[in-house]
Design a protein around this ligand. Structure first.
Ligand code: IFM
Length: 495
């Protein structure tokens, strides 16, 4: 049954909470972890909150088994976009469009990780990490998005997960990190409800191949950014500027996530399964009623629009007020039973944290130090806020931080004290959240190495490892050495 009305009743429905798999197991392990953590939390843990300032030197010890990782995505690092039968993706098309990428860059070669995978795995090993988050390129596995499977493409990921296992590094696989096969875009892409079944079929193919060796599965990376940048501002592929369409896309991405969870379970994968959401704590710039109201609405479009369907089985009640066009798009896409699918129980949440949102009456303001990314304000305590909110308001799910990082500060390259300070402060903030009860199981620095930063091309370097894009030589930055110390000692040292 398709709903045509502007505000479907289900958008304002009651929250649904379901027991999740592994709750019993989690309870047991959490108890031990919380005790260990509390014992190691320093007495000086009363650092200033909500200032964005550095908390200063202190020690923080993490529980045994905490996963220390680095993250990448296929399109940003692999290159080899026509090798071994890979089909084109929407980002191949978009990045070749004149003016779409700041420096005219494309990802045709990127870091050439496709041909340098073994050396890159050795590099990871040398960083002391225990977890690697990568994404599978749908157009490498199914060049036209559906139908024929490309064995060479699947073989690449097969070798990758074996290479990780051989080095004692967990595989964290993202099924979709923005590189939709172009053939599917030509058939309507995520605006077409059929996309949810195309994704389910692709998921089954990947699960059959890698299902016995992946430790954690992430379904879709940052649905929010796909909707906002790909369908509202048009700055990302596929470059659309239609808010109502973005609402349909948000709904279909949620549904595709839910179907993928079901398919992974049906395929009997051994790893845990969850979504990957970019969350941004929202706060008012001042005490005015207008700023407060703007904050409440921003919280919907930044957070609850993506959290609530997955964890509560409902869209937020304030959605129509926050973004009427998006609400209309969702209403036209929503069918009976969809929210049950979207809220299929997950094992954990992947959380990407970069920046807060501070809202004044006239819109967002910059309150905290901006990074070289422009859109990012550096506010480590925001990570504590996000994680404790999940703990208190969303039933305390198990969480893995799947991305957190910053581009090189202006004038820094191999010597990157700003990145070290950024990572240290965010890890201390994460540790605070764990001391407050948040069940955080791991952290992945974005990114392993400098790479193709979407419409910013190669103008922003987010890596722990510097890449010379002429020679493709990899050189660890100071932050890589610092991160290695943290990962191998399982603690932050005052320094
Ligand atoms: O590079 C991106 C990544 O692909 C998704 N999350 C944010 C990162 C930095 O912008």
């Amino acid at each position: 049954m398709e709903s045509d009305g502007p505000t479907p009743p289900a958008l304002t429905g009651e929250a649904v909470r379901r027991p999740r798999r592994r709750d019993v197991l989690r309870g047991a392990t959490l108890g031990a972890a919380a005790v260990a953590l509390a014992a190691c939390t320093p007495s000086g843990g009363d650092r200033a909150r909500h200032t964005g300032t550095s908390p200063g030197p202190r020690t923080a010890v993490f529980p045994a088994g905490f996963a220390w990782g680095v993250a990448t995505s296929a399109f940003q690092v692999e290159g080899a976009t026509t090798a071994d039968g890979r089909g084109p993706s929407i980002w191949d098309t978009f990045s070749h469009r004149s003016g779409a990428v700041a420096d005219g860059g494309t990802a045709d070669r990127a870091c050439d990780h496709y041909h340098r995978m073994d050396a890159d795995l050795d590099l990871m090993k040398s960083l002391g990490v225990t977890s690697y988050r990568f994404s599978v390129a749908w157009p490498r596995v199914m060049p036209r998005g559906r139908g024929a499977v490309n064995p060479a493409g699947l073989g690449f990921y097969d070798r990758l997960v074996d290479g990780l296992a051989g080095r004692g590094i967990q595989a964290v696989a993202t099924l979709y990190h923005w590189d939709l096969p172009q053939a599917l875009q030509d058939a309507g892409g995520w605006e077409n409800r059929d996309s949810t079944e195309w994704f389910a079929d692709y998921t089954a193919v990947v699960a059959r191949s890698l299902g016995d060796r992946v430790t954690r599965w992430l379904t879709i990376n940052e649905a929010k950014i796909i909707a906002q940048q790909g369908y509202q501002t048009g700055q990302f592929a596929p470059g659309r500027t239609d808010r109502v369409a973005s609402g349909r896309v948000i709904h279909h991405l949620g549904l595709a996530h839910g179907r993928a969870v079901q398919v992974l379970r049906a395929q009997g994968v051994t790893g845990a399964v969850g979504p990957c959401l970019q969350l941004a704590p929202c706060s008012p710039a001042d005490d005015s009623a207008e700023a407060k109201q703007a904050t409440d609405l921003a919280d919907v479009t930044e957070n609850t629009l993506y959290l609530d369907p997955v964890l509560r089985g409902s869209y937020p009640t304030a959605l129509s007020a926050a973004d009427p066009e998006v609400a209309r798009g969702i209403a036209t896409a929503l069918r009976s039973g969809d929210l049950e699918t979207i809220s299929t129980p997950v094992d954990f949440l992947g959380v990407n944290y970069y920046s807060p949102q501070v809202l004044g009456a006239a819109g967002p303001i910059t309150r905290y130090p901006p990074s070289a990314a422009g859109w990012q304000q550096i506010y480590p305590s925001g990570l504590t806020d996000v994680l404790l909110r999940l703990h208190h308001e969303y039933g305390s799910p198990e969480v893995v931080v799947t991305e957190n990082g910053v581009p090189d500060a202006h004038g820094e390259d191999l010597h990157d004290p700003s990145r070290i300070a950024f990572l240290r402060d965010h890890l201390l903030a994460l540790h605070d959240a764990m001391a407050g009860g948040a069940k955080v199981r791991g952290f992945h620095a974005w990114s392993l190495m400098d790479n193709f930063e979407w419409s910013n091309g190669y103008s922003q370097r987010w890596g722990l490892v510097r890449v010379d894009f002429d020679t493709l030589r990899r050189t660890p930055k100071d932050s890589a050495g610092w991160y290695r110390k943290v990962a191998t000692s399982n603690q932050i040292h005052p320094a």
